[in-house]
Design a protein around this ligand. Structure first.
Ligand SMILES: [Zn+2]
Length: 277
């Protein structure tokens, strides 16, 4: 690592848990961030600033005036530009050393798989269930850790799914296709800093996974109520009957029959029917 890099990242490198070796891991990592909205903006900005070597950012939208209240990588002059172009200008300004790959389309099918496959971590910052399920499937297929976040009104949630860990649930253990009520910020509104809080937690979890620091949020779901500024943590066991990750043998079925009675998926459907930015 060159002197300028050591200086740039010095406040991180001085943390004994991270050190130069951890910074090196960040530099060698590729993170795929899907969605450059309220969540994706702070995620991308923190990861670029912290020195993740390669960011792949995907979004098929253009910047609109209503985005600027919370999507902090975009500015007034970016209205009408594609979100990935606008975000990439901001990220280059923050840290010109970061390599950026821009995907100016809805990431799906083979294109989604190709990009998930090369990622060290995938960050889901999207606003609809259909995309979230496809991202989950691709992450399961290639065993890439998935950092999932959502925010609406004054509520947020974050969880990490990592199929490299045998007892990790997947996104679909929490939500099943077709049984959620979709809600969006355009219909329900969202307080600006709520997406920043959730996005920052997603960025932190991503850095932890890459460097192996601490304990990632696997098997736990964090729920934020910004009105009272309280976090709730729910244990999130793997669902042996999950249609995405549940193709497992009797061994795991033996471990889980009782935990399913108090399925957090069921508990959560009441608390968080919405998952958007
Ligand atoms: Zn599952």
């Amino acid at each position: 690592m060159e002197d300028q890099q050591l200086l740039r990242y010095s406040r991180q490198i001085m943390l004994p848990e991270l050190d130069v070796a951890g910074q090196q891991k960040l530099q060698e990592a590729t993170v795929l961030i899907i969605g450059m909205g309220g969540l994706g903006c702070p995620v991308a900005m923190y990861l670029a600033a912290a020195g993740v070597g390669h960011l792949i950012i995907a979004d098929d939208d253009t910047v609109e005036l209503t985005n600027l209240q919370r999507q902090i990588a975009h500015s007034q002059a970016d209205i009408g530009k594609s979100k990935v172009t606008s975000a990439s200008d901001t990220l280059k300004g923050l840290n010109p050393e970061v390599q950026l790959s821009l995907i100016d389309e809805r990431l799906q099918g083979e294109n989604l798989e190709r990009n998930v496959k090369i990622a060290t971590v995938v960050v889901d910052a999207t606003d609809n269930f259909k995309t979230r399920f496809s991202i989950n499937q691709a992450c399961l297929k290639f065993r890439v850790p998935l950092v999932s976040g959502a925010a609406i009104r004054m509520e947020g949630q974050v969880a990490v799914f990592d199929s490299n860990q045998q007892d990790s649930p997947c996104y679909q253990c929490l939500y099943r296709e077709g049984d959620e009520e979709e809600a969006s910020c355009s219909q329900n509104g969202v307080m600006a800093p709520v997406v920043g809080i959730v996005g920052s937690v997603q960025a932190m979890e991503t850095l932890k996974i890459i460097t192996g620091i601490g304990e990632p949020l696997v098997g736990r779901l964090l729920l934020l109520d910004a009105r009272s500024m309280q976090w709730r943590e729910l244990k999130l066991p793997r669902d042996p009957h999950c249609s995405a990750c549940g193709k497992i043998d009797g061994y795991l079925l033996l471990l889980y029959p009782l935990t399913r009675l108090s399925s957090p998926r069921v508990l959560n459907r009441a608390a968080t029917t919405s998952l958007t930015h």
